[in-house]
Design a protein around this ligand. Structure first.
Ligand code: GLU
Length: 249
């Protein structure tokens, strides 16, 4: 299980994501990638098998100055260390793009269900299965991201921290977790998420620990939390001021 970083704000997400992922580097990884989205909803995905410095090189001429982004350092559990298996991974039509830490234990059963519905798979990962499952419910029931995520996660066994961007919600980063660490943080007009507080402390020490089965959404300087029933539980969440000795989860 490796690292996740997400950002919604006003400045170039590429810089923040690369810095955030660099902080997570100590956990080890075999591949790394980022998805960047700008205000016109143009999205670029960049991935490398190898180190963050190679990703930096790959993205140096990128023209999309996205203010929204998700990034991932992968430690392969399902499928070899290849570009196709590296995250971020898109649903079949890139309606949803996501990063995932952890393992979906019943991914084969879920994959078979999706294959029957006409989905195709470009990677060997469990991650691609869960992202397409969210897409499936999103489209089948014409529901919003939170209900689609919750429906998918009720069927998934295993551990996960997930960060997703939806084409229909260009300025937002959606998240959920079970059994894998996930923290969110905000500062003025910016919001962040990461799998380790070490990656956040540079920007703000005001963080929230996401609890199992909670979902939420990052927007510029705003974070909203929901429970499994889709109820807004933001008011029940407490900001934690990190002290320097508590920097790692
Ligand atoms: N199970 C996922 C994969 O193999 C995520 C691994 C991770 O946590 O880095 O791609």
């Amino acid at each position: 299980m490796c690292g996740i970083f997400g950002y919604s704000g006003n400045i170039d997400a590429k810089k923040i994501l690369l810095e955030g992922l660099k902080k997570l580097e100590y956990r080890g990884y075999d591949s790394v990638g980022i998805a960047l989205r700008n205000e016109c909803n143009d999205t670029n995905i960049f991935k490398v098998v190898g180190k963050i410095d190679s990703l930096k090189e790959l993205t140096k001429d990128n023209k999309i100055k996205g203010n929204i982004g998700i990034g991932h350092t992968r430690w392969a559990t399902h499928g070899a260390a290849t570009i196709n298996n590296a995250h971020p991974i898109g649903s079949n039509d890139n309606n949803i793009i996501g990063v995932h830490n952890g393992i979906i234990e019943n991914y084969q059963e879920l994959k078979d269900k999706l294959l029957n519905k006409g989905y195709i798979f470009n990677s060997s990962t469990d991650t691609e299965v869960i992202i397409n499952l969210v897409d499936y419910y999103y489209k089948k029931y014409k529901i919003g991201p939170i209900d689609a995520i919750n429906k998918a996660l009720l069927r998934a066994r295993g551990t996960y921290a997930l960060a997703l961007i939806f084409k229909d919600y260009p300025n937002q980063v959606w998240f959920t977790k079970k059994g894998s660490p996930l923290l969110v943080a905000k500062k003025d007009d910016e919001s962040f998420l990461a799998s380790d507080s070490f990656a956040l402390i540079e920007y703000t020490n005001k963080i929230y620990y996401v609890e199992d089965y909670e979902c939420g959404v990052l927007e510029k300087g705003m974070i909203t939390f929901f429970d499994l029933n889709g109820n807004d539980i933001t008011n029940t969440k407490h900001e934690i001021i990190l002290r320097s000795e508590e920097r790692r989860v």
